[in-house]
Write a protein that binds this ligand. Sequence first.
Ligand code: UDP
Length: 232
Amino acid sequence: MNKGKKLYEGKAKILYEGPEKGTAIQHFKDDATAFNNQKKTIVEGKGVLNNRISEHILNNLNQIGIKTHLIKRLNMREQLVRLVSIYPVEFIVRNIATGSLTKKLGIPDGTILSKPLIEYSYKNDELGDPLIAREHILEFSWIPQAVHLDMINDYCFRINDFMQGMFRAVGIKLVDFKLEFGTVNINGKTEILLADEISPDTCRLWDVISEKKLDKDRFRKDLGNIIQAYQE
Ligand code: UDP
């Protein structure tokens, strides 16, 4: 499939114009970055795995009625997706306290939360994606309509329920993850779609028995064997 011009290059992916209006081609790179781009390397084969893993999860979410940007996987590194206008908000869903939650608030690492916790951060590299409140999102119209924010919160819980079950079934705990959403306009009506990717780059995944980390923390914390963990 012919790619159009490059629309955007991020840390782990490149977005090209797609073959038809309203479509794009999402290319998964092998670049790994952490701590707001301060730590970087190439992990050979990571893009291929994330492409497959994200395809699998988004296809399954489609089947339970969560609309996503994914149209189809094209090849080892590329997906055909719908071009959405991304809300500048990251939705972090947590089941177990770790990472920034433990650092910011002093909550002991590994604390099981009584119910899933949704946090928001403002997508802005210069500001280091700061943690924000629902009120900031509405005040600054990052998501202009409260009803849309409520819908996205509901999607986050449904996605979490589904993914927790899916990972549990293969002996993996879903600790936390990040989601991004965007909109498309269909006949004047705004439709919200899950976008970006869901992969070990955007989730924390621990082996149920050994608690071995099977996600990007292997890179962040120099634990090695990144590819083996992603394959697992
Ligand atoms: N996350 C992500 N992209 C980001 C920030 C966070 O994919 O820009 C994911 C991260 O991989 C983890 C979850 O969101 O699964 C929660 O991350 P946290 O807030 O603990 O931040 P971190 O410790 O990664 O700085």
